[in-house]
Ligand binder design. Sequence first.
Ligand code: NAD
Length: 377
Amino acid sequence: MSEKKKIALIAGDGIGPEVTGEAVAALEALGDRFVFVRLTAGGAAIDATGCPLPPDTLAAAREAGAVLLGAVGGPRWDGLPGHSRPERALLELRSGLGVFANLRPACLMPQLVGSCPLREAVLKAGSPDGAARFDLLIVRELTGGLYFGEQGRRGDAAFDTESYSRREIERVLRAGYDAALRRRRKLCVVDKANVLETSRLWREVAGTVARAYPAVETSFMYVDNCAMQLIRAPAQFDVIVTSNLFGDILSDEASALTGSIGMLPSASLGACKDGRPVGLYEPIHGSAPDLAGTNRANPLGAILSAALMLRYSFGMETEAARLEAAVASALDAGLRTPDIASGVPAEKVVGTKEMGAAVRSFLPPPSPTASAGPPVA
Ligand code: NAD
């Protein structure tokens, strides 16, 4: 009997507890195989302790096999200075865990073509098989760049600085190339090398790393062009690797093309610990204060993040695929949260809880051999 997997759960603020609640229920429906250690961060932690990321939270997150996060932040804490805002918890958690590669898959599921704002002809442009769909992966550098550079005020001026080392660029590029090898073997480095020195270093390092991956076709694109190409022909992309700031923005754009930001999962990975990468898993959306407590948030991004956790942190490929198939089945059955409803009669608009329950209803019953040993926390 294998030991139960220990998951640090940071539900967070706004819709965070609602969407992670459904992700946890989905994981529990896979069998009695997980132990959840509930931790606080973000606005909830500021209210409880005065600190966005209490040291105990980081220590316990480091201890766990993986971290599942909802979202943090909200208007209640918007008046606080930068270093004590809820979002500070995200930056400290990411750097404290050392999760430098943020994998953000953006795939238009066939069931949601009607919720995509692009015309069919646009979706078909550049598509390898001519079908109206796209399946791309944005690999965002997560622990460097503008979000971690020196910042401050000088008189009436403010400044933020971007700095990248060769090492930081190389390791995230390698994560991108490794992912490309498992996909369609195309990798596009997105930067602003016509203006930024950091981007020119990215290109230099990419030129070297690319030589170690001859099977992958490498290209370069300026970020402004990429923002445009994503809405002109998203199917042309396979893997995009880019900096912290550019990845943050481009992935929100890509998410809107999948139907809703509520659909997108993410995996933030670092160096290996016990043979598996350290992993932080979260839907890419924020705390959506406008939806909090209304049972209208889409929980699928959080549930799909749990699937990525099973795959990358626990090596549970079968269970990950089951969770993803159950999400697809719920969509096949016509269930839609309001954000992905396109208004056709075959759809049934449901709330957060009902969507979570539908996903669970499509999971096969847990196999008796799957049960694990005693809880570890
Ligand atoms: P947001 O992602 O919370 O919301 C943007 C829009 O998307 C809103 O209209 C919202 O209703 C919608 N949306 C988001 N998630 C959804 C879901 N699961 N289902 C349906 N619709 C969804 O971004 P924002 O409004 O810019 O930020 C709100 C707060 O979240 C801010 O405090 C911000 O700093 C924080 N934030 C946190 C994270 C994080 O924790 N990782 C990421 C982004 C923003």
